[in-house]
Design a protein around this ligand. Structure first.
Ligand SMILES: NC(=O)c1ccc[n+]([C@@H]2O[C@H](COP(=O)([O-])OP(=O)(O)OC[C@H]3O[C@@H](n4cnc5c(N)ncnc54)[C@H](O)[C@@H]3O)[C@@H](O)[C@H]2O)c1
Ligand SMILES: O=C(O)C[C@H](O)C(=O)O
Ligand SMILES: [Mn+2]
Length: 603
């Protein structure tokens, strides 16, 4: 099984390494074809296809269009009584017909985004072992380390996989240890990659590393599907992660690895270990850092605060909080003539014990250390209480990644609003129930002056901010798809800092608030495919500048480059099927190998 069929639409680009249109090779017929989600068209199989692929008698006679199928599927979706039921409906639709699944979401993106992703996906993950019907993705477990290479190898040939999303399930959103259910965050992030950046869905692989779980509820749940043992730590854990990474490198040398929702003790460590060696990315550290910095860039443009004056308070200094602090520190250093150390002094971090202090440096993580303050700084004031800290620091921006709901109290926010004209407030803890504050309250307590973005989507109900229909969402989903697209198309050897800076600037340049101060700090999800093109372009250009691109035939001209990117984005449309003889390769776990494009979860 080899490369994708060449795209015939734009012969002007001779070289399209990931061309995604053109006929799809198909070795299946009859029931097997109807059960292959990447090839199945259901009632949309044409009369010719029905004849050629032996589908007569297996389908009712009326041939339908994709739009008609979308209409029916939407009615079925709408009849489901709640969001979780809608989420499971979508999961089964994907198991039947991948094109229809993506087309349906595309048509109802705004409505469905929160159902297939945060926050409802969090509920699906928490109930994984109860809702389980059919596995999707690759399950690796620490008791079977010898099988890791075989398990990874079964998804295709070396050119077949571009993108791997992996989680060990320890810190899922803010809902903590979900063990093997973490597979669903890998699946959901990949859905977003396809939807928002056109990454070919069958060229991706979701993985969970099951290392046990410390979640007692799961351990005691007789239906729990994962390893029923406490989480493995230390050398054995590190060796397992390394075995996984090496198996990926060996079997799919070009694949880009995205780490998601690892626990605090491991997330940053793993990222730091592999960043100098392979093209990899941690979404909670880097994706979140980029999107939050872009929101802040837009906000200070509105509030006219200069980088050299900016004061930021990060409430919650774990994986996401320190990732954000790092990106802001780098931006301040870049935009002023300050050293990183000096720039870091403009950022205050608070965690469970209060303000991070130098006197307690033994208790701090390496990522927290650069932000520890001198003890004398808050004089006799209370280091533990958010209101006192705000009173002292007078932050322009307050960012929540604490998982502590309602921790931005009325008193704290009113205190903040006393000192700055336009408080920038970003409650980012997901899912929605963990947000540090509700946007309506934030508008109320600041007389509508707050510049707000939230980690999960909110319907705008406030009368204070009617200029925008929705409160802007500040979720890494605006950045990671475009960054991944750029990484894959350039085949960057590493995801080095200049590539992330370029991505952030490309996103910030698209902020609606730049044109209209009353508009959102970040672009809306409905625009995300075009935003991904801009981000991917910036990443590709930065990769070339850094000499990291293994893909050499990339157009130089800006417009050509954008078009070249667009041409390679997969979209939800039925492609003609081209009959091929079975080549025996369908022993791959994707089930439909040897058919012109790789896929998983097949017949
Ligand atoms: N919006 C986004 O794009 C985005 C991205 C990543 C993470 N998040 C959210 O951020 C939250 C944290 O994720 P993470 O991966 O950094 O988790 P983490 O466990 O690494 O970090 C959470 C930190 O908050 C601290 N904390 C807990 N209670 C606190 C309190 N009362 N006061 C101050 N600090 C407290 C913890 O000690 C820890 O350091 C989650 O809810 C996650 O969903 C949002
Ligand atoms: O998954 C999300 O919605 C964003 C982020 O990665 C998180 O962990 O909350
Ligand atoms: Mn995450």
């Amino acid at each position: 099984m080899g490369a994708h069929p060449k795209d015939k639409r734009h012969p002007r680009f001779g070289h399209l390494p990931l061309a995604t249109s053109g006929p799809q090779e198909c070795a299946l017929t009859g029931v097997a074809l109807l059960r292959a989600p990447y090839l199945n068209k259901g009632s949309a199989f044409t009369p010719e296809e029905r004849k050629e692929f032996k589908l007569h008698g297996l389908l009712p006679p009326n041939v339908q269009t994709l739009d008609e199928q979308v209409q029916r599927a939407y009615q079925q979706y709408s009849s489901r009584p709640n969001d979780l039921a809608k989420n499971t409906f979508m999961t089964s639709l994907k198991e039947q017909n991948v094109v229809l699944y993506y087309k349906l979401i595309e048509e109802h993106l705004k409505e469905m985004f929160s159902v297939i992703y945060t926050p409802t996906e969090g509920e699906a993950i928490a109930n994984y072992s109860r809702l389980f019907r059919r596995p999707e993705g690759c399950f690796l477990n620490i008791e079977d380390q010898d099988r890791v290479d075989d398990n990874i190898a079964q998804w295709g040939n070396s050119e077949d996989i571009d993108l791997i999303v992996v989680s060990d399930g320890e810190q899922i959103l803010g809902i903590g240890d979900q063990g093997v259910g973490g597979i669903l965050i890998s699946v959901a992030k990949l859905t977003i990659y396809t939807l928002c950046a056109g990454i070919h869905p069958s060229r991706t692989l979701p993985v969970v590393l099951d290392c046990g779980t410390n979640n007692e509820e799961l351990q005691n749940d007789e239906l729990y599907l994962g390893l029923r043992r406490p989480r493995v730590r230390g050398e054995e854990y590190d060796a397992f992660v390394d075995t996984f990474v090496q198996a990926c490198r060996k079997n799919y040398p070009k694949a880009y690895i995205h780490f998601e929702d690892f626990g605090l003790p491991n997330a940053r460590r793993i990222l730091d270990k592999y960043t100098p060696k392979i093209a990899c990315f941690n979404d909670d550290v880097q994706g979140t850092g980029c999107v939050t910095l872009a929101a802040i860039m837009a906000a200070i443009n509105v509030s006219k605060v200069k980088y050299e004056d900016l004061r930021v308070l990060c409430f919650g200094a774990g994986t996401a909080g320190t990732g954000i602090a790092d990106q802001i520190m780098d931006a301040i250093a870049l935009e002023t003539d300050k050293s990183k150390e000096e720039a870091g002094k403009q950022i205050w971090c608070v965690d469970k014990p209060g303000l991070l202090l130098k006197s307690k440096k033994d208790e701090l993580t390496p990522a927290q250390l650069p932000f520890a303050r001198d003890d004398a700084e808050l004089k006799d004031k209370n280091h533990n209480d958010l209101v006192s800290i705000i009173e002292e620091v007078k932050p322009h921006a307050l960012i929540g990644t604490s998982t502590k709901p309602k921790s931005f109290t009325e008193e704290a926010i009113r205190e903040m609003a006393k000192h700055v004209e336009r408080p920038i407030i970003l409650p980012l803890s997901n899912p929605t129930k963990l947000h540090e504050a509700h946007p309506d309250d934030l508008f109320k307590w600041t007389d509508g002056k707050a510049l707000i973005a939230t980690g999960s989507p909110f319907l705008q109900s406030s009368t204070m901010a009617q200029s925008t229909k929705w409160v802007t969402e500040c979720n890494n989903s605006t950045t990671f798809p475009g960054i991944g697209l750029g990484a894959i198309l350039s085949r960057t050897r590493l995801m080095s800092p200049p590539l992330l800076v370029a991505a952030t600037k490309a996103l910030a340049a698209q902020a609606p608030a730049l044109k209209d101060p009353k508009a959102g700090l970040l672009p809306d999800v409905t625009d995300v495919r075009e935003i991904s093109v801009k981000i991917a372009k910036a990443v590709i250009q930065a990769s070339i500048k850094e000499g990291l691109n293994e893909e050499k035939e990339i157009p130089e001209d800006e417009e050509d480059l954008e078009e070249w990117i667009r041409e390679q984005m997969w979209d939800a449309a039925y492609r003609p099927l081209k009959k091929v003889e079975h080549d025996g390769a369908s022993s791959h776990a994707k089930g439909e190998q040897g058919t012109g494009s790789a896929r998983r979860g097949g017949s």
